[in-house]
Write a protein that binds this ligand. Structure first.
Ligand code: GN1
Ligand code: MG
Length: 367
């Protein structure tokens, strides 16, 4: 992939190679996420207008784009089969991939590899959680998504990012980056490095349980940020799950932990004032309730009891990833300022600390 953000003319040239009728009258960037470049286009069609969402996929992160697209198509087909001709399933919609004019699921051209979705009108997404009902809805949606994939054979999905959910793997990446320290940044983040090292034991808990069969491998979404849920503008209910890039076999508690990390956070992911960082316990409870409702009894008792631990573990894991990338020289996550990944790591670690202090209040019981 070309490092440079494509020009408007290049974007226009790419989007016109998708099987969309009419005339493209506008295309604007949508600044969202740390990985791909996203754009929204508007087309004049039969007297009205329609919008589409385009992404130039990051092939430095996803080396195997065909495998990513294979997973997205497999999951979408699975859900669509259950819809049997209806536009929604349990009130949820499924993203519509628009093929290229040659009927391929994505486009390969000079500027990179692109995919296109129909824009789901009448919906909105949130970067911050405004109230417990929203948290409940988001968690219910991700729980529903995972429960719908319970009967999809995980062997049909490819592991697009090897060991993506594995905390021991993330710990190793962090330790490698620290040993190499190519930008001599380690001396400026001694406290964060120590924080990560002091909690290394935690990294092996879930992998051990997966190996022993104590908890099952499930197909998970893998990136359960609040802004990966589209909400109906009219009803406020969750209506579509987006960003299926990391939909792979994993452990369901990863999804739950990532939900807490992002949606119950009292600050932005890159907040510099660490006093603002923490976990909102009311939102946390709403996430627990929503996730359990969405999962409809799919989770085992063991998994339910592990929910608060998963919140801490996933937050720690993402903190390790940010810190490792800072040490490695910001080669994975897009950064918008100096020290951006370090700021992000600090926020994650502060949240872990707060969750440790709140462990009793965060406990989940089973009846
Ligand atoms: C990345 O760019 P975005 O928001 O889709 C990352 C997730 C992290 C997240 C942290 C493929 O997701 O795993 O949790 O940043 N996606 C990938 O904000 O690495
Ligand atoms: Mg994502």
């Amino acid at each position: 992939m070309n490092e440079r953000t494509p020009s408007t003319a290049e974007v226009l040239a790419s989007v016109q190679r998708f099987a969309i009728d009419g005339e493209c009258v506008d295309v604007v960037p949508l600044v969202r996420g740390h990985i791909h470049d996203t754009f929204v286009s508007t087309w004049r069609q039969n007297g009205g207008t329609r919008r589409y969402l385009h992404q130039r996929m990051n092939d430095k992160v996803f080396h195997d784009i065909p495998a990513v697209m294979h997973n997205i198509e497999t999951v979408s087909k699975h859900l669509r089969r259950k819809m049997s001709g209806h536009t929604t399933l349990d009130g949820f919609r499924v993203l519509d991939l628009v093929t290229t004019r040659e009927q391929r699921s994505y486009l390969v051209c000079e500027t990179g590899q692109w995919r296109t979705y129909s824009f789901i009108e009448g919906t909105t997404s949130h970067d911050h959680c405004e109230r417990p009902e929203q948290a409940f809805e988001a968690a219910r949606a991700f729980g529903w998504f995972s429960s719908q994939l319970a009967d999809l054979d995980p062997r049909n999905l490819r592991e697009t990012l090897p060991h993506f959910f594995s905390t021991p793997h993330r710990l190793q990446q962090f330790e490698d980056a620290l040993a190499e320290d190519p930008r001599s940044r380690a001396e400026h983040c001694i406290d964060e490095i120590r924080f990560a090292q002091q909690r290394r034991e935690m990294a092996f808990v879930i992998d051990g349980m997966l190996r022993s069969g104590e908890i099952p491998t499930r197909t998970v979404h893998g990136d359960t940020k609040l802004n990966n849920v589209l909400f109906c503008k009219r009803t406020g209910r969750a209506s579509c799950i987006v960003d299926l890039d990391t939909c792979m076999p994993g452990y369901s508690l990863y999804d739950f932990g990532d939900l807490v990390r992002f949606t119950a956070a009292t600050s932005d992911e890159d907040e510099r004032d660490l006093d603002r960082v923490g976990t909102d316990l009311e939102l946390y409870r709403a996430l627990v309730d929503g996730y359990l409702e969405g999962m409809r009894g799919t989770l085992s008792k063991r998994e339910i009891l592990l929910m608060p631990f998963a919140a801490r573990l996933v937050t720690y894991t993402i903190g390790l990833r940010f810190l490792a990338d800072h040490l490695a020289g910001d080669i994975y996550f897009k950064v918008h300022r100096e020290g951006h990944n370090l700021d992000r790591a600090r926020v994650q670690f502060r949240m872990v600390e707060r969750m440790e202090q709140q462990a009793d209040t965060m406990a989940v019981t089973t009846s």
